[in-house]
Design a protein around this ligand. Structure first.
Ligand SMILES: Cc1cc2nc3c(=O)[nH]c(=O)nc-3n(C[C@H](O)[C@H](O)[C@H](O)COP(=O)(O)OP(=O)(O)OC[C@H]3O[C@@H](n4cnc5c(N)ncnc54)[C@H](O)[C@@H]3O)c2cc1C
Length: 384
């Protein structure tokens, strides 16, 4: 059966989030973006809407929905603004999911209810300054001493890690040597405010300016032995599986940005006049917009397909990489053409397409660069 119609519940959720994005986020996000400021009150409102707990079970305070519901929500948010979309994506997919998928019952009870309401934001610390694509090259260490993990090292580019809502970061650290001589990497939960854990200043970024991204450092930072998330030595593998899911979410976010480019271009092409008529009367403009719509529509199918396989419990890694790779490149292309349709105004901050243009590039980099996706797809095809 091939049926990509949304259920009534998912359609209702999409409508609610679409209205919220247009009525609450759109009118004010530009100011926060220009000031490089994280809008806590909008994030709290998204929490009240239940967006941070969507795919988690009700017993932990979640919405009892699916990962696909989360993707549909991210698409609607990113259609208006990517900073708020990535705040939700990182909060759910990277902050809560590692605890839900791999944590102990005690960790779930302690953290998930507050993560689901958005009262607390979680972060995911894998990348280090020395390497993101080569995530197994972790240098941060954690040694067991008197019932505590003593963590030393640093993490780079960590989303949601220093907001006033942030409550924890789950980090990867080298906890020993494997029998084959390789690094034993484990995941450890570090609550905000733990002595020895320092959160750096927000980076000055090209895009996603209303989202929070920081460097973290650990200097003899001690957390209880029970803060190990999942099995000792499985931290790297766990994080890779979290990234597989996250790629579908980033694909949905990319489709949202690509569709937002179509929305804004259609509106502008109807209103803006040149040579005595709306610019949309020119085939050159019509074709740019038609091609944008084709790209957004086909990229959506790619993430629907990956999500469908995931929900069926089938292997979905190749489809997730295809969706992430394709839709992030589509977002980049659409942002370029939408800016072109807007002419000089496309280069001005008063129009959303300028923000879309700046926000699109990171989609080809975060949660696995385009090159990494191509490597994964080729490897899955048995090449290399
Ligand atoms: C705004 C922002 C938010 C982020 N949020 C988080 C977060 O919350 N948590 C987290 O852990 N990380 C986060 N990251 C990190 C992100 O995942 C990494 O930046 C990304 O994985 C790339 O790693 P890198 O920056 O070290 O680039 P590198 O790995 O140094 O890559 C540089 C270039 O080399 C290419 N390359 C590398 N190896 C190969 C190869 N073998 N073959 C071909 N090409 C190759 C890459 O594709 C890229 O083009 C974030 C980054 C940004 C910018």
């Amino acid at each position: 059966m091939l049926d990509y119609r949304l259920s009534d519940e998912t359609e209702a959720l999409r409508t609610t989030v679409r209205e919220f994005a247009r009525e609450v986020i759109a009118p004010q996000i530009g100011e926060f973006y220009e000031r490089d400021e994280f809008p806590v009150h909008i994030v709290r409102q998204m929490g009240e809407l239940g967006l941070f707990g969507l795919p988690l079970p009700e017993e932990y305070g979640g919405g009892g929905g699916t990962y696909f519901d989360l993707c549909v929500v991210l698409e609607e948010l990113a259609r208006v603004d990517s900073s708020m979309a990535i705040t939700v994506e990182a909060g759910v997919s990277l902050g809560a999911m590692p605890i839900y998928r791999f944590g102990t019952e005690e960790q779930k009870q302690q953290w998930l209810p507050r993560l689901c309401t958005g009262e607390v934001l979680g972060a995911f610390g894998l990348t280090e300054a020395g390497g993101g694509s080569d995530a197994g090259s972790t240098r941060t260490t954690a040694r067991l001493e008197d019932g505590s993990w003593v963590i030393n090292g640093s993490k780079a580019f960590i989303t949601n890690s220093g907001t006033e809502l942030t409550g924890l970061v789950t980090v990867t650290a080298v906890t020993g040597t494997r029998p084959d001589g390789g690094k034993e990497i484990s995941a450890i939960l570090v609550p905000s405010g733990t002595p020895g854990f320092t959160v750096g200043q927000r980076y000055s970024k090209v895009g996603w300016n209303a989202s929070d991204t920081r460097e973290l450092s650990f200097d003899d930072c001690r957390v209880p032995e029970e803060n190990l998330v999942g099995e000792r030595g499985r931290g790297y593998a766990q994080f890779l599986s979290i990234l597989d899911e996250g790629r579908i979410a980033i694909s949905a976010l990319s489709v949202g940005l690509a569709q937002g480019c179509v929305d804004e271009s259609v509106k502008y092409a109807r209103e803006r006049e040149a040579f005595g008529q709306p610019i949309g009367r020119n085939q050159a403009i019509q074709f740019m917009i038609a091609d944008m719509e084709v790209r957004a529509a086909t990229a959506r199918l790619a993430y629907y397909r990956a999500a469908e396989k995931m929900l069926r419990g089938e292997p979905f890694q190749r489809e997730a990489s295809i969706a992430k790779l394709y839709s992030s490149e589509v977002a980049m292309d659409n942002a370029r053409y939408a800016t072109q349709v807007h002419g000089g105004y496309g280069f001005m901050n008063e129009f959303p397409v300028g923000r879309f243009y700046r926000d699109a590039k990171i989609l080809e980099i975060g949660e696995g660069t385009s090159e990494v996706q191509r490597m994964l797809i080729a490897r899955d095809l048995g090449v290399g």
